[in-house]
Write a protein that binds this ligand. Structure first.
Ligand code: ARG
Ligand code: ZN
Length: 881
């Protein structure tokens, strides 16, 4: 039974925000847990704002009200009303106590919001997901983040079926009850908003570790998982400890409860959730072992563990006033995680990974019909706004502020932010004010970034005056209109830059009134600004936007030789890679436009030179050997033919492979393969990454040889990275030969859902029209189900978002199948349906035939009268713009 509120409901607007008229000071919850039905008794101590004269209105969805009493007396039926999405109560005053008892149905809850069952009914366990508005599926409440309450939670359940009972906060007693039942109580000393409530009940195993915080608190860290998964939690435990130490050292933040619980589930809509003292994780973001997890997955586990842990301060101790401020906690926390991961691993590689994600996921979102500011002005369904813009672009905005203040200044600022707002529900303005006040600077100009959608373009032009020995850099900013936001302002855009001489050395920069430096940051605030650098004996090559100092698209008329110079010499690892990407784009455009060979050869020559450079990190080389992906390439075209983009990119890589040469690729592969190991150190990971890239390039030149290598690699793989990489090459380049290892893998991992997800995803990604039939065949695999979000994402999500030539079949069959599945999914899980529907983003720029087919598929969805509010909003926006 899922809520189906009016799809045509009115949008919620930031401008309409009002402080709550009623608050809950204290809440006591009492759960009688069962698989099919659970009863929830709630006792709320209410506070009324004397300045407001509003009736008491509680949020509630799909609740079966069993009893209700006010100040100890059962309420007569005419003293309360069940209204759309809630409950209205008469007669409450400041200090009143409202008691309700409701029944909910965990096993029937396929939306995975509120209280639900993970796994089979006889062996699975119960858990909750409340952010953003799941708590109202558990009990009647003031379910908004600016209502913060003290929680006391008692769980009661059958001991044999639910031996483990957990809730947020500190344990506060447990015991036996009659009839084989038991109870446990948890009390959270920190007032919190309802979205941070959580409970877990069932058969779970644990690992644990003692931890003493920098300020001397002893904490028990416990990670919980089902018996078959508990052996894969050690890496997460190590990552948790590293995260806690890092947050103490870098932000001065200590943990604040006696226990910290983390639980893994296979049934989860998102990556993980930072519930106070009881983080709940998608198993995909928690479990790791070499036989079943790739290197990328290891890094993801570390990153997500850190992200959720860091929320304890950036999100929990200081929470959001309203959901428009979501990036206050998410953007900041992503930034904190990025900094942590950069410290734990390689900073330039992390930056490359993050910017690639931004370009692949956020730039297209910001350029299409779903574009919205980091702080949206309105929404219909808040779950649709957990987006790359709120998370990833939000993190870039925090990065700009951090860069503006410098390391120490930023720390002063965050100290003040946490001190001022501890226990409060804050806004983006509060964040900027604290950062600014701590440093005596006015950061309010940056607020404009939070309110404006779209990726700014920055144009750069340089002019060298040999007689004056000056170099004048002209920067200008340009803002295209966005969906529902036609008018734009100029923004403060920090551009970090350096100048290089023809020999590849950095030149000292002398600007008027400034001390010479090898690197500087200019903030472009006006439409156009000029920067004059003096005393230069040669025309410099500028390295611009170093480290990707602002989330913009930079346009600069570099010559291929200038890009090659930066690629060879820039000590900024990110910009070095970026020069390579720009050079690859030149090569791509030359191929596309049938221009002379020169444009193509510059990129190939530069990489062929770097290929055997022993000083170059193997992982960076792997990234350098990878041109921008098909989504990024499509973003640059006014009219998109995914087939054509795929073919061009393939051709581009073939040129590169040819230039490097079959024998060099083969030799490099053999050398790397000889070092195969399951070790996880950075060097071993880098070798695996390069090996895979080299094998892919070799497969373009000599598929038979590459497949022979891949077959051996699959057979002898010491870990998942090598095994999956080999499988991907085989499946792609030799369909006949790929069938056997695919079947082998299927059998080997029959009982490992996460490994099976990779099996589905790998096949969904195989390019070409025939993959649609394969996807349909895979839907018939007994392991496929729409009910499990990871599985649905692995097969259908990967097909639509990770396989342009498969999904965008010119006959529209990909769109039709997908629209049908979205509809089926929407009946089960609206959040996942809406999320997957965003794969249609960009449909308006498709070439006419595909565009019409995509429009028709979207229109067929829009015509359904039973769409969830989630899916209706996405489809509606998609068609509106
Ligand atoms: N706050 C979670 C995080 O750390 C995400 C939860 C989102 N949940 C949702 N239903 N949209 O990123
Ligand atoms: Zn988060």
């Amino acid at each position: 039974m899922n809520a189906r509120p009016e799809a045509a409901s009115q949008p919620i607007r930031l401008a309409d925000y009002r402080a709550p008229a009623w608050r809950v000071e204290r809440v006591e919850l009492d759960f009688e847990l069962g698989i099919d039905a659970a009863e929830v008794a709630a006792r709320l101590l209410l506070r009324r704002d004397p300045a407001q004269d509003e009736p008491l209105r509680l949020d509630g969805e799909n609740l079966e009200l069993l009893s209700i009493a006010l100040d100890g007396r059962p309420l007569p039926v005419d003293a309360y009303r069940l209204i759309d999405g809630g409950l209205e109560v008469d007669g409450a005053r400041d200090g009143s106590v409202l008691e309700t008892r409701v029944r909910v149905h965990p096993a029937a809850n396929t939306a995975l919001e509120g209280l639900y069952l993970s796994g089979p009914r006889d062996t699975g366990f119960l858990l909750t997901q409340c952010e953003a508005q799941g708590f109202r599926h558990i009990t009647y409440f003031l379910d908004r983040p600016d209502v913060q309450s003290s929680y006391s939670v008692t769980l009661r359940a059958d001991r044999a079926r639910f031996p483990v009972l957990l809730a947020g906060g500190n344990p506060d007693g447990a015991g036996e009850l009659d009839g084989g039942r038991h109870w446990a109580r948890f009390v959270d000393p920190h007032p919190k908003p309802s979205y941070l409530f959580a409970l877990v009940a069932g058969r779970l195993e644990r690992i644990e570790r003692g931890y003493r915080t920098a300020d001397g608190r002893d904490v028990q860290l416990k990670i919980w998982a089902e018996a078959d998964a508990i052996g894969r939690c050690q890496y997460a435990m190590d990552a948790l400890e590293r995260s806690m130490r890092w947050d103490e050292r870098v932000y001065g933040r200590n943990y604040d409860l006696d226990v910290f619980h983390v639980v893994a589930t296979h049934d989860f809509n998102m990556g993980a959730m930072e519930n106070k003292g009881l983080n709940i994780f998608n198993a995909k973001c928690l479990l790791a072992d070499p036989d079943a997890s790739t290197d990328d997955e290891y890094r993801r586990v570390e990153a997500v563990i850190a992200h959720e842990y860091f929320h304890n301060w950036s999100g929990n101790r200081v929470t959001c006033r309203d959901w428009f401020q979501l990036s206050l906690k998410e953007g900041f926390t992503v930034f904190r995680e990025q900094s942590f991961s950069a410290d734990m691993n390689s900073a330039p590689l992390k930056r490359i990974e993050d910017v690639s994600l931004l370009r692949r996921a956020q730039f297209p979102e910001d350029a299409g019909p779903l574009a919205h500011p980091v702080r949206p002005a309105e929404y219909r369904e808040i779950n649709n706004f957990y987006t790359a813009t709120v998370y990833e672009k939000g993190a870039e905005l925090v990065r700009m502020l951090a860069g503006r203040l410098g390391e120490e200044g930023f720390r002063r600022g965050t100290d003040l932010y946490f001190a001022r707002n501890d226990g409060r529900a804050a806004t983006i303005e509060d964040f900027l004010a604290a950062l600014g006040d701590a440093n005596g600077v006015d950061l309010t100009p940056y607020l404009a970034w939070y309110g404006q959608a779209g990726t700014p373009r920055v144009r750069a032009q340089g002019a060298y005056d040999a007689a004056q020995r000056t170099y004048t850099l002209t920067l200008s900013q340009h803002h295209a209109p966005s969906a529902r936001q036609p008018h734009k302002h100029n923004l403060p855009i920090p551009v970090k830059l350096a100048l290089f001489g023809a020999d590849g050395r950095m030149l000292p920069m002398q600007m008027d009134g400034q001390t010479p430096a090898s690197e500087t940051v200019v903030v472009l605030a006006d439409a156009e600004q000029h920067y004059v650098f003096r005393d230069l004996g040669e025309r410099p090559v500028p390295s611009l936007l170093r480290g990707f100092s602002a989330p913009v698209i930079l346009e600069c008329d570099y010559t291929p030789a200038e890009l090659a110079l930066l690629l060879a010499h820039d000590p900024d690892g990110f910009n070095r890679w970026e020069a390579g990407q720009q050079l690859a784009l030149r090569a791509h455009d030359a191929l596309r436009d049938g221009a002379g060979p020169h444009g193509v050869t510059a990129w190939c020559d530069a990489l062929a030179t770097l290929f055997d450079d022993p000083r170059l990190d193997a992982a960076l080389l792997a990234d350098l050997l990878t041109p921008p992906g098909e989504v990024e390439l499509a973003e640059r075209e006014p009219l998109v033919d995914p087939e054509h983009i795929h073919a061009l990119r393939r051709q581009l890589q073939l040129r590169l492979a040819t230039r490097i040469g079959r024998d060099r690729l083969d030799a490099r592969y053999r050398r790397l393969a000889a070092q195969a190991t399951a070790a996880l150190d950075a060097g071993s990971q880098a070798n695996r990454r390069l090996k895979q890239r080299v094998l892919q390039l070799l497969a373009l030149l000599d598929p038979a040889l590459a497949c022979a290598h891949a077959a051996a690699q699959y057979r002898d793989a010491p870990g998942m990275t090598d095994r999956l990489g080999a499988l991907a090459v085989l499946a792609r380049h030799d369909v006949a030969r790929g069938a056997e290892p695919l079947a082998h893998y299927r059998a080997r991992y029959a009982d490992d859902p996460l490994a099976l997800d990779k099996w589905f995803a790998l096949q969904a990604q195989l390019p070409g029209e025939s993959t649609l039939a394969r996807v349909q065949a895979l839907e018939a695999d007994p392991a496929f189900t729409l009910k499990n979000p990871n599985r649905a994402r692995a097969l259908l999500g990967t097909f639509a978002s990770g396989n342009p030539t498969g999904f965008h079949r010119v006959d529209g069959a990909g769109y039709r199948l997908y629209a049908e599945r979205l509809l089926a999914l929407d009946a089960l899980n609206p959040q996942i349906a809406a999320r997957l529907a965003t794969a249609f983003n960009g449909w308006q720029r498709l070439e006419p035939q595909r565009r019409e087919a995509a429009r028709a598929a979207l229109a067929s969805l829009a015509a359904c009268d039973k769409l969830s509010r989630n899916l209706a909003e996405i489809v509606g926006n998609m068609l509106k713009a």
